[in-house]
Each structure stands twice: as structure tokens, then as C-alpha cells.
Design a protein around this ligand. Structure first.
Ligand code: TYD
Ligand code: MG
Length: 451
């Protein structure tokens, strides 16, 4: 026996209410509650009773990880996939999610695992064509054309795959809910259903989720709460480089990024990332500065480009891509206040090459240097790297992991490093680098204007 009930679900946080509310009590968003009709079974089937287990009795190898065969994905996952986990892979349409997961399926199959690829977006024929293009020949990858999630268990019963890829979570549905696939309630129910199956059978699921223009996973954020790992696949579709970024990971850190390149034969891992972010024939024009940004456990060399131009009437424009807009405003304010640059009457544009979004404050000094260079129309010497965080008073603060950064700078063939004063003592021995210490923004500008 079952009965139909109406409920209201917040599309932002998943808050449930029996009546409509203008403002969600869960996340305070206005007009986010959506009505859903749910077919609720009257009697819940009897669940077996579970008992608490002492923590010490849980053996370590229960957190055994299975490498996917893709070193960049493994890096973001924290060393491989944990059996029974739910991994959400979000990203814009066309960025390469299906390509990545089909390749992962093939890699896992090569190591002897059975993988089921449930496709709701592409036909079996399309997938076969893609697999031919990617050169996938392994046994062990199976395709499933089943959108009804309630049938999943029956479909997988005989094969018992180790990994299931659901492409995408927005195309599957459960007939227990009357709303269309991709709606809030459908996403929640289907993911909850998959979660239960995954934990019970120790099957790992990759769930593909499309991202809306605003950057949120289409529909509710609630999916992020249910799953174990959330990874975003990012990049500019016009550039071949792609970035895997961990947003949530119950089994590891979320600092790591993975780098891949889209080629004619699918995605290939990028093993020397610093080459990616530096443009060839570096620094011939003014407004370009190199810095070191620590992403996860890797120091990457990146290029910051700035353009300072006289503003028209009205407010001057500030546009930042690859760093927080507020950070750009702050650095501009420091340059105005401490150095008297008339930037209020200038538009300032700033761009980080390669599509990275930098949070590491050590890039501050390079941003300031790029702006000064563009304002003065004087290029910066191509062999120079800037590291340092700017404080509001114009002081340049020390940065962590200096030794690793310097090693990478040395390896990439740069000769001069402009860096905070206090950190020079900890420099690694044997370095061929010329280290130039700066204490304040004044020191930096003086360094840049002399010669
Ligand atoms: P796809 O994996 O379908 O993206 P998503 O699943 O995120 O929507 O990727 C589609 C794009 O990738 C498409 O524009 C073609 C391109 N591509 C390559 O450049 N090389 C390849 O080997 C493959 C399979 C796709
Ligand atoms: Mg796809």
C-alpha cells in the first residue's frame, strides 16, 4: 500500500516542509521551495537491527583504495577510489566528463575490475563510437541502458561490478516520485537509493552532474551533502587543458588539483604542470609577471597578466579572472595609498593564464608587479619570479613552502626571485638562484624602476 503526499523541497539546501514557505528556514533563500509529489509506501519494510561496533575493531584495510589508473584523478581522490563510495563529478556540458569516465572505466577494466557504464545521455552506439576513438579494447566495461534507478539492483545482480558510472544523475529517475528526472526530489531520491546500494554492496559509483551557468550543480546542492567525494572538472573549452578540483573528500584532502589535456585520443595526464601555465616566449610585453602558487602538494609556476588603461567617464573598471576580485581591489588600493599611483582613474584588468583560480596569497607580489609594469609600460625581465603576500600596510609577508617553490623555480630555468626578507635564511643549499629580498611595496617598486 502506498499513498501520494505533497511536500515542498528547497532547491538550494534540500530543506523539506509540509507547506509552502516564501523563505527557506534552512538556508534563508527566498522562493526556493518547490512542490513535489511523493509516492510514499505506507509500511516500511522491516530493516535488520544493526549494533554498534567498537572503533578498534574496524580494520584498516576497510579503507583500502583502488587506483583508477589515472594518476591525476587518483591524486584528487587521495590515492584511488574507496569501495562503496559515491563520487560526484560535476562540470559544464562538453568539458569532457563522459570522456574521462569512459577512460577510467577502461583503465579499471585493464586492472581486472568489472565496470558498468549507465548512460542516459548517449546511445549505446554513440558510446561504442567514442570507445573506438579512445582505443578502448578491454573486456570488463559493460554498458547499461536503464534510467529507472529502482531496476538498478536487479540489472547489476548477476554481474556484480566493482564500479558503476551513472552518466548523468540528472537523467535517472525513480517511479516512486511523480516529478520529472533532474528535479530536486528525483535527484535526492535517486542519489539516496544509490547510496544505500553502494554501501551495502561495496560498489563505487561515479555520478556525473551537470553544472548550471552560475557554477552550481544543476538542481540542488543537496547532492554534495549525500555523496562522499565531490570533484569538479573545469577548464576553458577553447583551451585543451582541463582541471580536476576536489571540493569535498571524506577520504582525503581537497587541496589537490589534477591536470589533464584533451587530445584527439581523449584525455591525457599532464605530468609537468608548470609548463602548462607559462606562455611560450615569456614576458616580452609589459604587464606580465611570473609567480609560484602552491596547489595541493605542488608548487606551480603561473603567469599573471595585467592591463592598466585610462578609464573613461564614471567608475574605473576592475576585472579579475583567476583570482578573487576583492583581492585585486585590495592590491590596487595598496598601490594607490602607498605609492600614489592614480589607479582610480584607470581601468585594471587581471588574468591568470591557464584557467586556474588562485587562492594562494603568495601571488600578491606578482599581481602588484604586473600592475606596476603595465602602468609604467615597462616589461619585467623574463628570468624573474615574484613570491610574497601583501599586507594592508604595504609590508611583504613571508610565505610557506619556500624551499619547494625555489626548487621548482630553479628547475624551470628562472634566475631571479623577488621574495620576502625574512624567508631568505631558509633557502635551500646549492641553489643557482639570485634571491632579492623586499620588505615593503616600496622596495618592490624601487627594484622594478631601477635599471
Ligand atoms: P564529453 O566527454 O562528451 O563532455 P561531457 O560529458 O562533459 O559533456 O566531451 C566532449 C568534448 O570532448 C567534445 O567537444 C569533443 C571532445 N573530445 C576530444 O577532443 N577528444 C576526444 O578524444 C574525445 C572523445 C572528445
Ligand atoms: Mg557527457
Amino acid at each position: 500500500m502506498s499513498k501520494m503526499i505533497n511536500r515542498f523541497v528547497c532547491s538550494e539546501c534540500g530543506y523539506e516542509s509540509s507547506k509552502w514557505l516564501g523563505r527557506c528556514p534552512g538556508c534563508s533563500t527566498w522562493n526556493s521551495l518547490i512542490e513535489e509529489t511523493v509516492n510514499q509506501p505506507k509500511n516500511h519494510p522491516l530493516q535488520p537491527i544493526t549494533h554498534p561496533i567498537p572503533l578498534q575493531e574496524i580494520t584498516q584495510d576497510e579503507l583500502h583504495r583502488m587506483p583508477t589508473g589515472n594518476s591525476e584523478l587518483d591524486r584528487v581522490l587521495g590515492g584511488g577510489i574507496v569501495p562503496g563510495s559515491l563520487i560526484l563529478l560535476g562540470g559544464d556540458p562538453g568539458i569532457g566528463k563522459s570522456t574521462l569516465l569512459l577512460q577510467v572505466a577502461s583503465d579499471l577494466a585493464r586492472s581486472g575490475q568489472k565496470v558498468v557504464y549507465l548512460s542516459g545521455e548517449e546511445s549505446m552506439k554513440q558510446l561504442r563510437l567514442r570507445s573506438l576513438r579512445l582505443g578502448i579494447e578491454e573486456d570488463g566495461v559493460y554498458l547499461l541502458n536503464e534510467q529507472n534507478i529502482d531496476q538498478l539492483e536487479a540489472s547489476l545482480k548477476d554481474l556484480k561490478p566493482a564500479v558503476v558510472i551513472v552518466d548523468s544523475i540528472q537523467t535517472v529517475y525513480t517511479p516512486r516520485i511523480s516529478s520529472i528526472p533532474g528535479s530536486v526530489a528525483q535527484l535526492r531520491e535517486c542519489t539516496a537509493h544509490i547510496l544505500e546500494y553502494a554501501k551495502r554492496t561495496e560498489t563505487t559509483f561515479f555520478l556525473v552532474g551537470h553544472v548550471t551557468k552560475e557554477g552550481a550543480l544543476a538542481g540542488p546542492r543537496v547532492l554534495e551533502h549525500i555523496v562522499d567525494v565531490v570533484i569538479y572538472f573545469e577548464g576553458d573549452k577553447n583551451v585543451s587543458f582541463r582541471l580536476l578540483r576536489g571540493v569535498k573528500n571524506r577520504y582525503g584532502s581537497t587541496d589537490e588539483i589534477g591536470l589533464m589535456e584533451m587530445s584527439g585520443q581523449g584525455l591525457v595526464e599532464v605530468n609537468d604542470p608548470s609548463y602548462v601555465f607559462l606562455s611560450p616566449g615569456q614576458n616580452v610585453s609589459s604587464g606580465t609577471a611570473i609567480s609560484s602558487s602552491f596547489e595541493g602538494s605542488r608548487p606551480l609556476l603561473i603567469e599573471v597578466q595585467s592591463l592598466v588603461a585610462s578609464a573613461g567617464p564614471g567608475y574605473a573598471r576592475r576585472m579579475a579572472s583567476g583570482i578573487d576580485q576583492n583581492r585585486l581591489s585590495l592590491i590596487i588600493a595598496i598601490l594607490e595609498k602607498r605609492r600614489g599611483y592614480p589607479l582610480a582613474t584607470h581601468d585594471v584588468y587581471l588574468k591568470v593564464t591557464g584557467g586556474l583560480f588562485l587562492k594562494d596569497p603568495s601571488v600578491d607580489l606578482a599581481i602588484a608587479a604586473a600592475i606596476v609594469s603595465s602602468y609604467r609600460e615597462k616589461p619585467i625581465a623574463a628570468d624573474t619570479v615574484f613570491i610574497g603576500e601583501l599586507s594592508l600596510s604595504g609590508q611583504i609577508r613571508p610565505v610557506p613552502f619556500l624551499e619547494q617553490r625555489l626548487k621548482e623555480i630553479d628547475r624551470m630555468g628562472f634566475r631571479k626571485v623577488i621574495l620576502p626578507e625574512s624567508s631568505v635564511r631558509r633557502v635551500y643549499p646549492g641553489s643557482r638562484l639570485e634571491l632579492i629580498q623586499v620588505r615593503t611595496i616600496d622596495d618592490l617598486v624601487e627594484r622594478m624602476t631601477e635599471g
